[in-house]
Design a protein around this ligand. Structure first.
Ligand SMILES: Cc1cc2nc3c(=O)[nH]c(=O)nc-3n(C[C@H](O)[C@H](O)[C@H](O)COP(=O)(O)O)c2cc1C
Length: 201
């Protein structure tokens, strides 16, 4: 009996360790200050051809900052939000799980260790994409959250244009599966996603 107790305790310990959710401190964003808006506008495009290469933490930090990071001491962001209510959340999915971007702390908080990449997989290039940004927000208030998502994904598109990155906004995915995996609170919805990776030129 005693043996059985210790055995099940051991199994529980192994299981809880295997599924422990991580918080990752991101490196400070480093954006090349010589990049020009003109070049970004000229080179913005949807990319549908990706190298099989993971995003390193610095690159991920840069992308997230561009999308929705804090750009002033009072905590305001790289995008405008209605009444400064910041009605937008940005998640990152990769094969290790799904993470919520905490811009104030410059951290990624893991929501699940489930690999949901196949939920985005209806187009063939998606098999090579290392990460997907997921934009969520409130389903009320004049659809402001949808507008915020548009601002954030456009920032990423402009940044990708002047780096070795590529991205494409994607409405074509299994929204139901993604909504479930994100465990969104009532009143929150998945708006759109954006595949991000290294472009094959
Ligand atoms: C809201 C939205 C949803 C989109 N969904 C998809 C998609 O599911 N798959 C895809 O390959 N492209 C998608 N796109 C990208 C458009 O197809 C693309 O922007 C358009 O063809 C113009 O090409 P360009 O971005 O290279 O200028 C989407 C774009 C937007 C803005």
């Amino acid at each position: 009996m005693k043996k059985l107790f210790f055995f099940s305790l051991l199994i529980e310990l192994i299981a809880s360790h295997a599924y422990a959710l991580e918080t990752i401190k991101l490196p400070e964003p480093q954006i090349d200050k010589n990049l020009t808006l003109y070049n970004a506008l000229m080179q913005r495009k949807s990319v549908r051809s990706y190298a099989q290469k993971e995003l390193d933490p610095q690159t991920l930090s840069n992308i997230l900052w561009v999308a929705y990071g804090v750009n002033r001491p009072d905590g305001r962001r790289t995008i405008p939000t209605a009444r400064n209510a910041k009605d937008l959340s940005v998640y990152v999915a990769n094969k290790k799980g799904v993470w919520l971007y905490d811009a104030d702390e410059n951290e990624l908080k893991q929501i699940t260790a489930e690999n949901i990449m196949s939920s985005f997989g209806s187009q063939s290039f998606m098999k090579d994409v290392p990460a997907v940004l997921i934009y969520t927000g409130s389903d009320k208030d004049h659809n402001f959250s949808v507008m915020h998502a548009g601002s954030a994904y456009q920032n990423v598109e402009l940044y990708a244009g002047v780096t070795d990155l590529g991205c494409v906004v994607r409405a074509m995915f299994d929204k139901e599966a993604v909504t479930k995996a994100l465990q969104l609170p009532t009143g929150q919805r998945v708006i759109v996603s954006q595949a991000v990776g290294y472009e094959i030129k």
